[in-house]
Design a binder for this molecule. Structure first.
Ligand SMILES: [Zn+2]
Ligand SMILES: [Zn+2]
Length: 179
């Protein structure tokens, strides 16, 4: 067996309780850990707007890890395949860099954060690369193009190679710029 997964085709390992994730030419699924919530999203522009890693202090708490790996999708291209009524929300603005409210949408059964919506980013949802069922996409179309809040990055990680780095938040115009 090769040391790394074959990146030339979909690679959908069993991860969590749902086994019905899929990946097509220009669209794929993202599913929560228990399988109750499943989304379909575009894997190409203009529906796919951005892919990025964030090291900010909120992202540590949100992920219970050291950084978040995200991708931004235009809401016009985001489909809730099932479980939309199983999503709960939590909003706050206290520690958001922009000062504007961001709302987390997470599975009320298993707690997986599926996406965040921000008052600063109207018409867009920020999904989590780790929820995408086709792991091949983590390596290819969804590979982060930007790393932000490098000032908050944990010292034992050296960051991403070959991507644009920002000490804090890139300007909103850059965040919204299509891929
Ligand atoms: Zn769930
Ligand atoms: Zn962050």
């Amino acid at each position: 067996m090769a040391a790394t997964a074959d990146k030339s085709k979909p690679y959908i390992p069993l991860a969590g309780c749902a086994a019905d994730g899929w990946s097509k030419e220009d669209e794929a699924t993202a599913t929560c850990f228990c399988g109750a919530v499943q989304l379909a999203f575009p894997t190409e522009g203009p529906g796919l707007v951005n892919t990025f890693v964030c090291n900010c202090t909120d992202c540590r708490k949100i992920t219970a890890s050291m950084f978040a790996s995200n991708f931004t999708v235009a809401d016009t291209h985001l489909k809730h395949l099932r479980g939309r009524d199983n999503l709960k929300t939590f909003s706050q603005a206290e520690t958001i860099g922009s000062g504007n409210t961001m709302t987390n949408h997470f599975c009320s059964t298993c707690g997986t954060l599926m996406y965040r919506v921000g008052a600063s980013f109207p018409g867009m949802s920020i999904l989590r690369i780790g929820t995408v069922d086709d792991f091949n996409l983590h390596e290819t179309k969804l590979k982060p193009r930007v790393e932000q809040f490098t000032k908050d990055r944990v010292s034992w990680l050296h960051g991403l190679d070959g991507v644009k780095q920002f000490e804090r938040m890139p300007s909103t115009s850059r965040v919204k710029a299509p891929l």
